[in-house]
Design a protein around this ligand. Sequence first.
Ligand code: NDP
Length: 502
Amino acid sequence: MADKNQLTTASGMPVDNDQQTLTAGPRGPALMQDVHLMEKLAHFNRERIPERVVHAKGAGAYGVFECTADMSKYTRAEFLSQAGKKTEVFARFSTVGGEKGSADAARDPRGFAVKFYTEAGNYDMTGNNTPVFFIRDPLKFPDFIHTQKRNPATNAPDPDMFWDFLSLTPESIHQVTVLFSDRGTPKDYRHMNGYSSHTFKWYNVNGEVFWVQYHFKTLQGVETLTRQEATRLAGEDPNHATTDLHTAIEEGEFPAWRVCVQIMPEKEAKTYRWNIFDITKVWPHKDYPLIEIGRMTLNRNPANYFAEVEQSAFSPGNFVPGIGPSPDKMLQARIISYHDAHLYRLGPNYQLLPVNAPKACKAANYQRDGYMRLDDNGGSQPNYWPNSMGGPEPDPGMAEPPIALEGPAARHPQEVTEDDFFQPGELYRRVMNDTDREHLVGNIVTHLCNAQKRLQLRQTALFFKADPDYGRRVAEGLGLDTKDVQRLAAMSQEERVKATSA
Ligand code: NDP
């Protein structure tokens, strides 16, 4: 048997030589019977798995979530039931649109995904560093992402595609405003907040339902890059945020976030000003203040990037008792599509990989077989339910309280209204300071100037609708006539599209 440091083939046979191919004579040819060479090359050819179609470039780390307040009044989730209770986590941060080799400093939302390894199963919070999103109907998602990728003919990013889609999708204006503020280029992964963006359902042991939104507030402080700094970093150090996270943890400077929620009793959703299942909206803090529930600290780097970060798989469908989905259409689609993406990338048994498997409890079910079944596959236990052989049993006590659904089954229009422009307007007018506004306008102008003029006009009209000063300054930066922009802003979206058609 090979000793500890013996190089072996994958089947464990000791390898005698890893430098010289087996050949007939010193000048070759190579012999097919060199099984070590054949195996080494064949495995090398299969090293790459499909890249994530979004969130391809990322970095991750392990850590701990410490609950700081007993939340059992609102949720039966055990990991939130007691101040001081600790739960292991794995977090992955990422850019969204770029490929695996793209720059960390890109202007893009940042993925902010956290897997809580709880005793009641793994709970995944798959958020972003922005509280809202570009679209609110999942049917638009693949098209939206295509516009952020490469032009099918030139294979280069295309400002026309980018701004054409966004200006035809006015509900994107809130997220576009966040994206083009300096928060669209966070300094690194440690200096940014995370948001669930979606509304989720919490329910307690009495079956009472609450709607919640999560906020992870960085304890390092929010820090951002200017577009000039981001452009420089993208060239000089495209992995700057990946390296920063790793180095900080290696040096014992553990990044931490204060974890908060906004909580709304179930019945208030019906009469609240905003549709809380619309991901393009936030819940203003003055209506629903942040309530602290814990602290997340990242304190351990993965030992192997591929095994633990590339193969980490998060799903908004990974709930635990006490937490469930809301009717948000985007969330409903993500529940299906994240799991589906992992089945494609990693195979049907991806949840058996160590980074994805439960750590604080054991998964027990009747799923069997499939590619790369890594465990004992249920051994000799029964593989069907119901059985009277002592197999795992469903627990009716874990049922979610029902929520009432109503309405005709149809493709319901969710028209863009003036409401869609109010919150981005508030962000511009009330939250941003003069420097933020100056950077926002500069960041937009530098990008939008590369699109066709008719697209510049159509998009700038949307900025104008959010706030006239915002639209006027973008128009001036682009050298557009503000009167043209104002005229377009006064039109319906349909008229505006007609007036700016090619
Ligand atoms: P508040 O003044 O209570 O909160 C403003 C929020 O905006 C803070 O959370 C702040 O985060 C955040 N913020 C500051 N600068 C930016 C920026 N450039 N891009 C994105 N967010 C920023 O106001 P409201 O709750 O009434 O919200 C007003 C507007 O603020 C909203 O329309 C929305 O655009 C934005 N916002 C609201 C959030 C919410 O959940 N209510 C969350 C994030 C943004 P920090 O404390 O970390 O500085």
